[in-house]
Design a protein around this ligand. Structure first.
Ligand code: ADP
Ligand code: ZN
Length: 626
């Protein structure tokens, strides 16, 4: 199908109806989401803009549709080759004339793409930034009809950001060389400084900024007390996300290997990914994660940037990320398709101690260390809060939720009991003080519960007034209390003294009884266990909508099997053939005619033409039990 037939110039008017009609016929989607419609209209009319939308918000359509609606080819600058490839594969499936221009092409292949561009035979062309800025490419673009420039992952221009790419700096040339072609910059990074840099470098001063809410309502946030992390993770996956695709983040390579093999032993399809692995092994594991159904990848944080997989059902952290920004970005890789997903983290006091040490021992400047410690503290605050996690998370980014309780985080679903923790806090702080502020959690607990260890004897701590004053709590409860006092800022791990807990300035108010301390009530049983009991009742039901959970289970299985086979034979990821939501839609609606099938979101004209008959045959077969 050629889109030149439906392409209209901005002057043709009636943009809105035209845009909706292309949304429907090409992408099979019934309606725009959020600001998409406004953005599409603005860019189609020739305007520049900056789009800030969270991952999964639907940024691609914001430039893909205007590219189809305007005369000429849309040029998309994208930093990641794998991402370009998958986007183009998806566009081909929808019948859009798309191509890439990057270093993976041979000279002949690149020439063929260039010829198509000049002949007006392309709707969208994905170009690597370092290629775009070459004189050769700029001259090529100068001779072609260009509908727009879309600069994806635009935060890569920010030198202060975490994904800075020097080749992005050169992109200022676009505004200089093609001032009359609309530019749309897109990013999922919300912070103000980055935004300003994008505006400066890409020449977007005065252009409107479309800022969506950064809430990801389909992600359930959950942070549990770390005890036996591998066992907790295993339980989380097998009880809540069996058969689902997910990412597990660990800090070290060794831990990645251990966890991957422990999960494999437990029957979970898990693969390791870290910088120490052979490049070919890494590539193979990443490909399997992207292309197959239900693979779990266990990775260091190096994994994930540019992973466009829409059906990642969970992201689990076995170690604390370094900031709320990092936590938001990493957990954001779950549920791009909008379906229920989990962000699960196990965290403990040792995480705080370890991170503080890493920061203190880093070679960064004092200012850098101070900022890093502040970011760590904000994250610990999120982990220890007894209030809604989502409210806290978005609040950090300056966004206020309408409701105080989101109803989809652990604290909203099973509110933790809080109690007056003044006496507990005083006992703990006194114990740290009397033992000279030189000991870590373990020893302080021994003293509090009156355990006669070698160390206690060696230092004569059994002679202290604090020895055995804390028998009312068990070890686990004391650990929880310590973490919360650290989060509240009354205690501070001293990284120079191997995690010794020291009193802060604010501890004085607590010791004097002037400062209120509310602590979460830790029952002797773990939070995991209580979550598990709840999950049976359905309050914390499996967040996933994996196989067999919607529609007819037999048909769903058949559709998934068909999709896997189709994906393999076409050499594209399964989600490029059909999204999970489309599969679920078919299983629920059981269409028996092409007309009915056309009504399922995700089925556009091309997919109907390619797959319609086979899909209907599957529905019919499952109905008649054949
Ligand atoms: P982003 O680039 O912002 O992370 P994508 O453009 O990849 O997000 O879109 C995320 C998911 O949302 C995709 O599965 C896409 O098909 C879906 N989507 C986008 N816009 C719509 C819409 N208007 N209606 C239904 N689904 C949509
Ligand atoms: Zn909540």
């Amino acid at each position: 199908m050629s889109f030149s037939a439906i392409a209209v110039t901005p002057e043709a008017g009636n943009d809105a109806a035209e845009a909706l009609s292309v949304l429907n016929s090409v992408f099979g989607l019934p309606a725009f989401r959020g600001a998409q419609e406004k953005i599409v209209r603005h860019v189609t009319d020739g305007g520049n803009c900056l789009v800030l939308m969270p991952t999964g918000g639907g940024k691609s359509l914001c430039y893909q549709l205007p590219a189809l609606l305007r005369e000429g080819c849309g040029i998309v600058v994208s930093p990641l080759i794998a991402l370009m490839r998958d986007q183009v594969a998806g566009l081909h499936e929808a019948g859009v004339r798309a191509a890439v221009l990057n270093s993976t092409l041979s000279f002949e292949e690149a020439s063929a793409v260039e010829t198509r561009l000049l002949a007006g035979d392309l709707d969208l062309l994905y170009v690597a930034p370092e290629r775009l800025v070459t004189p050769r490419c700029l001259s090529l673009l100068g001779r072609a009809g260009i509908a727009l420039f879309a600069i994806d992952e635009a935060h890569c221009v920010s030198q202060w950001g975490h994904d800075f790419r020097p080749e992005y700096i050169g992109l200022s040339v676009i505004a200089e060389r093609f001032p009359d072609v609309p530019r749309i910059a897109l990013t999922a990074t919300a912070d103000e400084l980055t935004r300003q840099e994008i505006v400066d470098r890409l020449g977007l001063a005065g252009a409107p900024q479309f800022v969506a809410s950064f809430d990801r309502p389909n992600i359930r946030y959950e942070i549990v007390d770390k005890q036996n992390a591998p066992a907790q993770l295993k339980t989380f996956i097998t009880e809540r996300h069996a058969g689902d695709a997910g990412i597990v983040y660990c800090l070290s390579r060794a831990k990645v290997e251990d966890i991957a093999s422990a999960l494999t032993k437990a029957g979970v399809e898990a693969l390791p990914y870290h910088a120490g692995l052979d490049a070919s092994v890494r590539a193979r594991n990443q490909d399997r994660f992207i292309n197959e159904d239900g693979v779990v990848i266990v990775a260091t944080i190096a994994f994930g940037m540019g992973i466009d997989k829409p059906d990642v059902r969970f992201v689990a952290h076995l170690d604390l990320p370094k900031s709320i920004e990092a936590y938001y970005q990493e957990t954001g890789r779950a549920g791009r398709d909008g379906k229920p997903s989990s962000a699960w983290m196990a965290y403990g006091l040792s995480d705080i101690v370890q991170h503080r040490r890493m920061i203190e021992e880093s070679t960064g400047s004092e200012a850098f260390k101070r900022v890093s410690l502040g970011k760590l503290e904000a994250l610990v605050g999120l982990a220890e809060t007894t209030a809604c996690r989502r409210t806290r998370l978005l609040g950090y980014f300056g966004e206020t939720l309408k409701a105080v309780k989101c109803g989809n985080c652990d604290n909203c679903l099973s509110p933790p009991a809080v109690r007056d923790g003044r006496v507990i806090a005083q006992k703990l702080l006194s114990c740290a003080y009397r033992t000279g502020q030189r000991f870590g959690a373990m020893h302080l607990i021994d003293v509090l519960v009156g355990r006669m260890t070698e160390r206690v004897q060696q230092f004569g701590h059994d002679k202290l007034s604090v020895f055995g004053i804390g028998r009312e709590l068990n070890e686990k409860q004391w650990r929880a209390a310590m973490r919360q006092l650290v989060a509240l800022g009354h205690l501070k791990p001293d990284s120079e003294a191997f995690g010794a807990l020291k009193l802060t300035e604010s501890a004085r108010g607590v010791l004097k009884g002037e400062t209120e301390v509310m602590l979460r009530e830790e029952t002797p049983g773990s939070r995991i266990r209580s979550n598990r009991a709840k999950s049976r009742r359905g309050d914390l039901a499996p967040a996933s909508g994996g196989a067999g959970k919607a529609g007819d289970p037999g048909l769903l299985g058949a559709l998934r099997a068909w999709r896997s086979q189709m994906a393999r034979s076409r050499g594209v990821p399964a989600y490029v053939v059909l999204h999970d939501s489309t599969i679920d839609g078919i299983a629920a609606a059981r269409p028996t005619s092409l007309n009915e099938l056309r009504g399922i979101p995700g089925i556009g004209d091309k997919k109907l033409e390619h797959y319609g008959d086979e899909l209907i045959a599957l529905v019919r077969a499952s109905r008649t039990g054949l």
